[in-house]
Design a protein around this ligand. Structure first.
Ligand code: CA
Length: 227
């Protein structure tokens, strides 16, 4: 049985997730604070996935996630965020979360994400460390910079976030709608063609002329960076 740790201070919401997940065959433990979450998550390596609320009293969800990674645990973390800002999502990724979901999710989606992060974590360990380097590109999430063969590139915030999201979801094809949600925000009114425009800007800055692009177009679906 797969073991899920839920770190969530809103009791009703935690209880709802607990019951649903148990119903779907998971063994579930719930803790209600960031501190407890960090302690429980790093006690041993028995967790298959962690659902981590971003807004927790005391220790914030991002800090909990950073703490888990610092302690050397690669347990998949799905960050649940009530807020709907790009900054939150990028901070979530920077702190080492594998995925994030606004709390308005449909439960089926959460189940799908849980299965996906568990599947991915079984595949590559060491993938997390390599996640921010690809061929001669390096992302420094602390400085918020991207360099190519050691030379720092001039990217706009949007271009940077788009590249970060693609790098963090390597080998996973992201649809234009997903990229729009992740980079521009769920309430963004822009059409998905804005994604194509920014992929083009990004390619102009990171690709070598005449060489295959770093970002692959998957016709009719979206974009992916393949390892
Ligand atoms: Ca909360």
């Amino acid at each position: 049985m797969k073991k899920i740790l839920i770190v969530e201070d809103e009791r009703n919401f935690a209880r709802f997730m607990e019951l649903e997940l148990m119903h779907h065959g998971y063994a579930v433990t719930v803790v209600g604070s960031g501190q407890e979450g960090l302690e429980t998550a790093t006690r041993d390596a028995s967790w298959d996935a962690i659902l981590l609320d971003a807004m927790l009293p005391g220790l914030h969800g991002f800090e909990v996630c950073r703490g888990i990674r610092r302690a050397g645990f690669a347990t998949p973390v799905i960050m649940l965020t009530a807020r709907d800002s790009v900054t939150d999502r990028v901070s979530g990724l920077d702190s080492g979360a594998d995925d994030y979901l606004p709390k308005t999710f449909a439960f089926e989606e959460l189940l799908a994400r849980i299965r996906a992060v568990i599947r991915r974590s079984k595949r590559g360990s060491g993938a997390a460390q390599a996640a921010l380097a690809y061929r001669d590109l390096r992302i420094d999430p602390v400085a918020g910079t991207v360099s190519k063969a050691g030379v720092v590139l001039e990217l706009t915030k949007r271009e940077y976030e788009l590249l970060l999201v693609l790098m963090n979801h390597r080998d996973r094809v992201l649809s234009r709608a997903m990229l729009l949600d992740l980079v521009w925000g769920y309430d963004c009114e822009a059409g998905t063609n804005v994604v194509d425009v920014y992929v083009r800007y990004l390619r102009n800055k990171i690709d070598d002329p005449g060489q295959r692009s770093y970002i692959h177009t998957v016709r009719g679906i979206g974009y992916v960076i393949r390892s």
